[in-house]
Write a protein that binds this ligand. Structure first.
Ligand SMILES: [Zn+2]
Length: 240
């Protein structure tokens, strides 16, 4: 993985404006990880993908994360401060297929990846639809069965097992309201969080380009090639 230049990040952002989050995540990693092919990136488990995104986020905006949450009980706004290391779990088991035996059923499965999230059948957002894409073989008492025959309660057990095998795919923050003591868990989604940061950064950067280009007549590429520090000094000199 390598760091993205300001120009590269703006290009990914501009293309990503019209894309769904799963494609934005892949576009960021495709730009930053030329050593991994786009199809390999798309086949990484969601936890593996998110591990790479957290690394890219650290290299882009630093390793500290500041976020906001609202207490569902009293409405207090909480400022959350944590580091990328705080939410990094151990990497998933380095295996492509897994098996589980439960209540007479033998299930072979793989972990969900970006292709599964992009599949038209997964767009209804039903865990069962996503699960069925990841089931490789289902047997009841040693006999192969159609995947649809897997009972819902066994399917839930497989989904729970998938989450355990790929913990980085579902980061839960344990929160406690300082005003009323209410405790709850909140999902931290690196894709939407990182994208919101990139969006704010892109708008601010384009505004800086606009000010410097209209003041000095410099081109966009040369302004973007400056370090943020030098750009900031010029902005101060023109009183912005
Ligand atoms: Zn509260």
């Amino acid at each position: 993985m390598r760091a993205l230049s300001a120009g590269e990040l703006l290009t990914v952002w501009e293309k990503g404006l019209m894309q769904q989050p799963v494609k934005r995540a892949l576009a960021l990693l495709t730009a930053a990880c030329p050593e991994i092919s786009p199809s390999q990136l798309a086949q990484l488990s969601i936890g593996q993908r998110d591990t790479l995104l957290l690394t890219l986020r650290s290299g882009t905006f630093g390793s500290q994360i500041q976020s906001l949450a609202t207490c569902g009980k009293c409405g207090e706004n909480l400022e959350l401060n944590f580091s990328v290391a705080d939410i990094c779990t151990s990497p998933p088991t380095p295996s492509e297929t897994f098996s589980l035996r439960v209540a007479g059923w033998d299930i072979e499965f793989r972990l969900p990846n970006s292709l599964d999230l992009m599949a038209p059948t997964s767009l209804d957002n039903q865990p069962r639809t996503l699960l069925e894409r990841c089931l490789l073989q289902v047997k009841e008492h040693e006999e192969i069965q159609p995947i649809e025959k897997l009972p819902d309660e066994i399917a839930s057990t497989v989904i729970t097992q998938m989450a355990k095998l790929d913990p980085q795919a579902d980061v839960q923050l344990n929160l406690c309201c300082p005003a009323c003591g209410h405790q709850w868990q909140s999902t931290f989604d690196i894709v939407s969080f990182f994208w919101s940061e990139i969006h704010v950064w892109a708008i601010r950067t384009l505004r800086e380009v606009h000010i410097l280009a209209s003041t000095y007549g410099w081109g966009e590429a040369e302004i973007l090639a400056m370090s943020p520090y030098r750009r900031q000094l010029y902005l101060e000199m023109v009183g912005r």
